[in-house]
Design a protein around this ligand. Sequence first.
Ligand SMILES: Nc1nc2c(ncn2[C@@H]2O[C@H](COP(=O)(O)OP(=O)(O)OP(=O)(O)O)[C@@H](O)[C@H]2O)c(=O)[nH]1
Ligand SMILES: [Mg+2]
Length: 380
Amino acid sequence: MKGSNDSPIEDQQKSFFSDIATEGSLGKLESLFTGTYKNGTTNLDVLAIGCGNAGSNTIHRLTNIGTGNIETLAVNTDREHLKHVNADTKLLIGTDLAQGMGAAGDPDIGKQAAQSAEESIKQVIGDTDIVFITAGLGGGTGTGTAPVIAELVSEMGALAIGLVSTPFNVEQARQHKAQEGIEQLRSKCDTVIIFDNNLLLEYIPNLPIGKAFSVMDQILAESMESLIGTFSENALVDIDFGDFKTVVQRGDVGGILIGEGSLDNPEHIIEQTLQHPLINADISSASKGLVQITGSEQMSLNEAEDIVEGVIHRMSDDASLIWGAQIDPKMGDKVRVMVMLTDLNYVNEKSLTYATSDEPSEDVELLSESIPLEGNELRA
Ligand SMILES: Nc1nc2c(ncn2[C@@H]2O[C@H](COP(=O)(O)OP(=O)(O)OP(=O)(O)O)[C@@H](O)[C@H]2O)c(=O)[nH]1
Ligand SMILES: [Mg+2]
């Protein structure tokens, strides 16, 4: 899985991510967001909550590129940052503790800020069915608020899915806080998906850090959209909310893997999908999974089944898999595969290796676009 190894699969992954990086816009990813989602017609309500600067940046991206099927909420202690974020609802929290200036890397401030805003957060959660909670772990607000919010979500009966990134190795002081955040989220969320920022740099070397963050935001946003895309209107084989729940509920650590390839080479598609360059996880440990295959009318059910079988063979011996297939005429002779695995062993040797120094990291780079506040809500 290293960038220096030049197998065709890795070349493809490298070019996939390089495209995003150089275009700085949707590029190839845009195609992943097309298609119609069932939640518009079945009243499945989905909310994505971004915590702290990184989480809010991901929400900004999701709001700007998303299909509109996911409602968005940005929660931060940093007033200035929140002003630049585009979200359906924005919540400035902990003004008495942080004076609107951020939590200065202290997760306790983030935690208390979230606790004092519980009522407002609950109001936005309402009777939502699925809630994504996203943050860049290692700072104060995201690390401290995300577990509090996850607990609220669970109390209110929704599925809580954490999507978090772990700090770059250069941000050494943040590694330890990030690990604590992961452990808390594992106990409060149904499933936590952990993306490692360092793997991004391995795959796209020499990427400026601000650019790497925005690529990560894009990938997180794409993962949420893809997962919700399993509730398709054009299903050959349907995945319903009950199926989804059996995989996600109490799923501990999970991964969302996405791949695409030619219908006549299913093995290559499976390899490309499962060797996700950004998730440090042992696929063979996964005991639960959900696979969504999207192809054009050219795809037969047998062909979709071959891919599903290839995935389950690589999982643990007692693994159970739920799968669906849907038609998107735009796929032509290509097939797209989205795999969500849960109950994974999370591999975190890197984080442990680097959890040593007290060097503070550079602060977040704001998204360059300036988004007017009209139409958004800002509450204190
Ligand atoms: N995906 C993504 N990650 C980021 C971004 N900016 C920073 N990060 C990562 O997220 C971690 C947490 O940083 P922030 O989000 O700035 O911290 P915060 O949650 O706002 O916490 P405080 O500023 O201390 O209140 C950092 O260590 C980085 O690894 C971003 O724009 N996108
Ligand atoms: Mg901040």
